[in-house]
Design a protein around this ligand. Structure first.
Ligand code: GLN
Length: 408
């Protein structure tokens, strides 16, 4: 199975890792923050480390304090009384949670539909478990000028045509990585109707649920009529509290999905990091009363503007994200010498790998080539874009923006 697709190839995160780039290169590549989690959250982590039970195995379902905190936070989101024993599962990051769902549900040859571009991890996570990824395009906006992430559109007829008797699951990632698209209620209703008609499970990857901009509403597909019973929603403490290295995430869904997924996660990791579960619990317990997510959205709106103002000034073509923290910049016209000393890892890949490498080395700002978020067959579509992450403090983004003026 590991021979399938790109599984054994060096992944984009290690090629464009800061360790491979000049030390003064500003990292707008891999999406993690250059600031700490809020103090009241890290203080809870420090406190947890002083305990005894908090330093040992937790229940494989997750520590009760965190499951309770997830319940209190999400009950109003899902408009129901979540059961902490059967409908919530703490996982070692959102990735591991998704992987465990695939372990639990995929039989050899089962098909999993994903919109393309897709978060790169889905592909090997599906194929490692014997599944077959099936791609439905997010159609890019027409070329030229600025567009918004919602101009990347889905075609429900294409989605219907992709469904076969082997289709088991569809992944819906909103807000979307790497496009920043926040799926509209109408789009989600269309997807939901097909999931109902063909009896599919929906994996709702909503790890960026706390990051939507311009008043854009984050609609949870699990809340659409009839959809709770077929949807597992994925959440992430890393995205919510600027703690991507903690590897704490969660799954919320009906018992028949959570129970076998618990069996899978128990075998994979047994349980997640205990003290940081306590800290994530503190985060969720206090976030609403502190107005934390509203403030965070305002901060990210300002961060986004630092890059987009520069791209506007330079007249560059890009996608304005309505959610998540990525901007797709059109790099298809960027000129660079063919004989530039590119490393082998980059030479074997699409033009965007070379373009992003060139920008990193020449301008000192790293980004992620977007062909990585496409299957090999469609990689050429992604080659037009570099993905710039704006989960950085404003000083760093200003410095990066000044350097990116060199794209002119
Ligand atoms: N989700 C993050 C991103 O898209 C990091 C992913 C990873 O490193 N695997 O940048």
């Amino acid at each position: 199975r590991l021979k399938e697709g790109r599984a054994l190839a060096q992944d984009v995160w290690s090629i464009f890792n800061v360790a491979n780039l000049p030390s003064d290169c500003i990292n707008l590549g891999q999406g993690y923050m250059n600031f700490s989690p809020p103090k009241w959250v890290t203080e809870a982590a420090n406190e947890a480390l002083q305990g005894v039970a908090e330093n040992h195995y937790s229940h494989p379902k997750g520590r009760m304090r965190l499951r309770q905190a997830i319940k209190s936070f999400y009950d109003p989101e899902f408009n129901r009384q979540l059961d902490v024993e059967t409908e919530i599962l703490v996982t070692s990051g959102a990735n591991e949670g998704q992987y465990s769902v695939f372990v639990a549900f995929l039989e050899q040859g089962d098909e999993v539909i994903m919109f393309e571009p897709f978060f790169d991890q889905y592909l090997p996570s599906v194929t490692f478990n014997g599944g077959k990824p099936v791609y439905v395009p997010l159609h890019p906006p027409g070329s030229g000028g600025k567009s918004t992430s919602n101009e990347w559109t889905i075609d429900l007829d294409e989605l219907r045509a992709a469904i076969t008797p082997r289709t088991k699951m569809i992944i819906v990632n909103t807000p979307h990585n790497p496009v920043g698209k926040v799926f509209t209620r109408a789009e989600l209703e269309g997807i939901a109707a097909l999931a109902e008609e063909f009896n599919l499970i929906v994996m709702a990857d909503e790890v960026y649920d706390c990051l939507t901009f311009d008043g854009k509403e984050h609609v949870r597909i699990a809340n659409l009529p009839g959809m709770w019973d077929r949807t597992v929603t994925v959440g992430s403490a890393g995205k919510a509290f600027a703690a991507t290295g903690w590897r704490i995430g969660w799954l919320i869904g009906p018992e028949y999905i959570i129970r076998p997924t618990l069996a899978a996660t128990t075998r994979i990791v047994f349980c997640s990091n205990s003290p940081l579960q306590e800290a994530a619990a503190a985060g969720l317990e206090q976030a609403r009363q502190r107005g934390f997510f509203e403030n965070q959205r305002a901060e990210y709106t300002e961060r986004r503007a630092i890059l987009t103002d520069t791209f506007d000034k330079l007249g560059l073509t890009y996608t304005l994200p309505e959610g998540s923290y990525f901007i797709l910049l059109d790099i298809s016209k960027l000129k660079f010498p063919d004989d530039y000393p590119f490393p082998k890892s980059v030479l074997g890949r699409g033009r965007d790998f070379r373009a992003c490498w060139f920008i990193a080395l020449e301008l000192g700002v790293s980004s992620i080539p977007v062909s990585e978020f496409y299957c090999e067959e469609h990689a050429n579509i992604g080659e037009a874009y570099g993905r710039f992450a704006f989960c950085k403090d404003t000083d760093t983004l200003r410095k990066a923006a000044a350097r990116l003026e060199g794209l002119k």
